[in-house]
Design a protein around this ligand. Structure first.
Ligand code: BG6
Length: 513
């Protein structure tokens, strides 16, 4: 990404919240260590809680210390951030807080030689976003089109209508070019690498289409349950929480046409083209094309875990889905009739996010059937997490005088190859917003396009209560219906390919059979 380290004041609404503590504070500290923060940099935290400057600084430091994955915060380093941290307490609905903020911004930037970027990060519940945006507008804090930016977290709306309304609220005050809608998956190294892999190499692009690809699977599996977020999740569910944003964005990167240049809008245009080409799902097709599930109790890593309906703040007869799977088609020249299978769920057997591309079989099987008993089509597997890398699976002859073919894997491992820490998604995204690079953020039409795709499923699921919940045990791969969804096409979900690559071994091939 392009980095212009312009003076920046990061204004965090919800300074005492979980996101600031767990994600933003550690990201800022790591950026400091990596020398990615501008020389002139300040943080202003705002929150409804009344507390002193030192308490706020301590809260940020605690977050950085606990979550930075850097082995703890060193005081001397932290102090170079902390000395430019201030806190304002107040009600976000009260105009006074915006005039205090305005004064503070002026004071902070006074000694700097150039105008600072003002990044307004809304680390708040979605319900308050409109109020804050309005307050910023009235106070004139959004009017500098090139220096004022607003960062909006997910969930971005609850459905298409609310997303459109929220876009209306934002664009009444900010220009689209000032709005940065976060999907943290786009900040992950391996997700960004999809573009590099596809368009910086000539090898795969010629076969990246319906003539050579049989189907695509996108899996985002989590081991964690709903944790302390029951109240949110009851109104969200897996389709809204994960598919509408993270999985759809991955799908766009896999399916998009090559971009002409690396400009934010060029890349986003290409992604929107994919969303527009997704075949609309009719409500009477939802049953065949989408599956929902909810976890029951079970065992994870040797420990008993409760059912979703026994989690805090969850109704005992909750219809919220903790698992969703669906089949989509992208109706264009490249992808006509190639199915894309998407699945995501909580309390699944492993934490794993990957894209699996299955190529078509060879046109003619010339080997004797006895040689090809374990025959498999070629697979390309892009591991997004936790072991970041790419696997190419192909057939090889097993050693020996009798002809036997076996699938083998060629591995590329990020960690082994680059031997350096991949930045956390929030680090990348903060650097980009400070540099004014919106490539990894979602534009209004992307968000709305994605809501449009899932709206029929939301409608049907809301109007038909599930009768079989809970329908999968914690620690499994989800409900049987998800197997049926893909099996009815004569295919099956990819078995997880997680496998540690040994040090110095990244170019080896290994038997997978
Ligand atoms: C969030 C969802 O957007 O992504 C969570 O709200 C989910 O429910 C999380 O757990 C997963 O993110 P990651 O980076 O851990 O895969």
């Amino acid at each position: 990404m392009r980095i212009r380290k312009e003076p920046t004041i990061l204004v965090i609404f919800g300074g005492m919240g979980d996101l600031t503590w767990r994600k933003l504070a550690p990201a800022l500290y790591n950026l400091l260590l990596d020398k990615q923060l501008p020389e002139r940099f300040a943080v202003i935290g705002l929150d409804g809680k009344a507390l002193g400057q030192d308490e706020f600084r301590q809260r940020l430091k605690d977050g950085a210390n606990q979550f930075c994955q850097c082995g703890g915060v060193v005081d001397e380093n932290w102090n170079s951030i902390a000395r430019n941290v201030t806190f304002l307490s107040g009600d976000f609905a009260d105009p006074a807080i915006y005039s205090d903020l305005s004064d503070q911004l002026k004071t902070q930037g006074k000694s700097w030689d150039r105008p600072a970027n003002h990044v307004f990060y809304l680390a708040t519940p979605p319900g308050i976003v409109g109020t804050i945006v309005h307050g910023l507008g009235v106070a004139g804090l959004a009017s500098d089109r090139s220096h004022a930016r607003v960062v909006v977290e997910k969930p971005f709306g609850h459905d298409l209508a609310s997303a459109v309304a929220l876009n209306g609220v934002l664009t009444a005050v900010f220009n689209e070019s000032q709005i940065y809608r976060i999907d943290h998956y786009l900040g992950k190294e391996t997700v960004q690498n999809i573009l590099a892999f596809r368009f910086a190499n000539a090898l795969f692009e010629p076969i990246w289409d319906r003539r050579y690809i049989d189907h695509v699977q996108i899996t985002v599996a989590e081991q964690v349950g709903v944790e302390h977020r029951g109240a949110y999740y009851e109104h969200a569910g897996a389709l809204r929480d994960m598919i509408q944003n993270h999985l759809m964005q991955i799908l766009c990167l896999i399916a998009m046409e090559p971009m002409v240049s690396f400009e934010a809008d060029e890349i986003r245009n290409k992604k929107v083209d994919v969303l527009r080409a997704i075949r609309p799902i009719l409500e009477d097709q939802v049953q065949q094309l989408a599956v929902r599930g909810q976890y029951g109790a079970g065992r994870m890593n040797g420990h008993k875990v409760p059912a979703y309906r026994a989690e805090p703040s969850v109704a005992t007869d909750s219809p919220a889905e903790t698992f969703a799977a669906m089949k989509l088609f992208v109706d264009n020249w490249r992808w006509q009739d190639v199915p894309f299978y998407l699945r995501t769920g909580k309390r699944l057997q492993k934490k794993l996010s990957e894209v699996m591309i299955q190529f078509r079989p060879v046109p003619h099987q010339s080997f004797p059937t006895t040689a090809a008993l374990a025959w498999q089509p070629n697979h390309l597997i892009i591991h997004i997490q936790p072991e970041e890398g790419i696997i190419l699976r192909f057939q090889a002859k097993q050693p020996g005088s009798i002809l036997h073919l076996s699938p083998v894997d060629m591995h590329f491992s990020y960690q082994e190859t680059f031997k350096s820490r991949s930045p956390e998604a929030y680090e990348t995204l903060l650097v980009d917003v400070m540099a004014g690079d919106a490539t990894l953020f979602m534009r209004a039409d992307q968000v709305e396009g994605s809501w449009s795709v899932i709206t029929p499923i939301l409608n049907v699921w809301e109007n038909t209560l599930p009768v079989d919940f809970p329908n999968y045990l914690s620690g499994t791969w989800g409900p049987d219906a998800a197997e049926v969804l893909i099996a009815q096409d004569g295919r099956s979900w990819q078995q997880p390919t997680l496998k540690k690559v040994q040090a110095g071994d990244q170019s080896r091939s290994s038997m997978v059979a």
